[in-house]
Design a protein around this ligand. Structure first.
Ligand SMILES: [Mn+2]
Length: 352
């Protein structure tokens, strides 16, 4: 019976023993991969190359939407392959990082169970059927786990890999703000002295297209505030990650504790949820909101979800959106609150 590998000493050694001399290895990120997913895959690829001299392939579904993430891939030369160019049958070993089977956020076909799962989301039932899984929900990032693997195996970590892992850890934990374990801080300190500071800065501060600002303007225009809760209906978006960016941005508003942003991307309703409230678990709230409608999940402070709109007409689509908003407001305690357009506030501060 496979067991959660983290209970054992030296998980990276166990992983390598299990992989042996497998020839063709695929490492899958989640859809629209974020820095943590990309860095974890990049690190696992480096582990296989440095130990068993195997060149593995990093696969992903969706698109790389954020300009920061595009820069990460470009500047650190992370080679990734879209699933449209991947023949899953050709691989003798499949790894999944920063995600788990049947979560709806990775592009692995339903009939393919990965051999290896390394993740920091809450453990799922299907994951327990995999040969090797190392799932640590208390960890701030998958990059933290992979940094530990590299250190355990005493492998070299060049500045590119250190920069990727540092950025993955930093973004997933909001600069350690969302971190709860010392392991994150240890990895942070370890990577800090090894990364390329100018490259990191270039990744974090890219030029951004004008369209991005227009989407933001639109989203703010279409936001409704219910006391400390904001719901934004963004309409059609040309990038599935923009809902998450908007949610992060809105949560920084003073006195706001919950944000839900929703947009339509390629016949999917994508939603992103954020909270700064303690004692709640956004990922669990997302699962509840999406029950019977689609898929959802996530972490303590950040979560997401997706509804397939393909078979739904315009009326059904708006009914689904309404239902999700209704459930959300009820769960976060704003059920009976009369919402006001965000831009209608009379307390707008105008600099003199
Ligand atoms: Mn992650």
């Amino acid at each position: 019976m496979p067991e959660n590998i983290q209970r054992f000493d030296r998980p990276a050694h166990r992983l390598l023993t299990l992989v042996g001399q497998k020839k063709r290895i695929l490492i899958m990120c989640h859809n629209n991969p974020d820095p943590d997913s990309l860095a974890a895959a990049f690190a696992l690829k480096s582990i296989f190359f440095q130990t068993i001299r195997r060149k593995s392939i990093i696969g992903y579904g969706g698109i790389v939407g954020r300009e920061e993430n595009r820069q990460l891939i470009k500047r650190l030369k992370i080679e990734i392959t879209h699933i449209s160019e991947i023949d899953f049958g050709k691989f003798s070993y499949i790894c999944l990082v920063d995600s788990q089977p049947n979560t709806g956020n990775n592009a692995l076909p339903k009939n393919i169970l990965p051999d290896i799962v390394i993740d920091h989301h809450p453990l799922r039932k299907d994951t327990m059927k995999c040969k090797f899984y190392d799932v640590r929900p208390e960890y701030g990032s998958s990059s933290t786990i992979l940094t530990e693997y590299l250190r355990e195996l005493e492998l070299s970590i060049d500045s590119k890999l250190a920069t990727a892992l540092f950025y993955g850890l930093k973004t997933d934990t909001f600069g350690l703000m969302r971190s709860k374990v010392k392991a994150d801080l240890d990895a942070f300190n370890f990577l800090l002295s090894r990364l390329a500071p100018r490259t990191l800065s270039a990744i974090e501060n890219p030029s951004i297209p004008k369209s991005y600002y227009l989407v933001f303007a639109d989203a703010i225009e279409n936001s409704i505030q219910y006391n400390d809760v904001i719901v934004s209906k963004m309409g059609r978006v040309n990038n599935p990650e923009i809902a998450a960016e908007m949610a992060d941005f809105l949560l920084r508003m003073e006195n706001v504790r919950w944000v839900l942003c929703m947009g339509e991307y390629q016949n999917n309703l994508v939603l992103s949820m954020r909270t700064s409230r303690r004692g709640w678990y956004a990922g669990k709230v997302a699962v509840r909101l999406m029950r019977g409608l689609g898929t959802g999940g996530g972490h303590e402070k950040a979560a997401g979800g997706k509804v397939d709109l393909n078979s739904l007409g315009p009326e059904e689509r708006s009914r689904v959106t309404k239902k999700i908003i209704e459930r959300f407001l009820k769960v976060v305690g704003a059920g009976g609150v009369q919402g006001k357009p965000l831009t209608a506030t009379s307390t707008r501060r105008v600099p003199v």
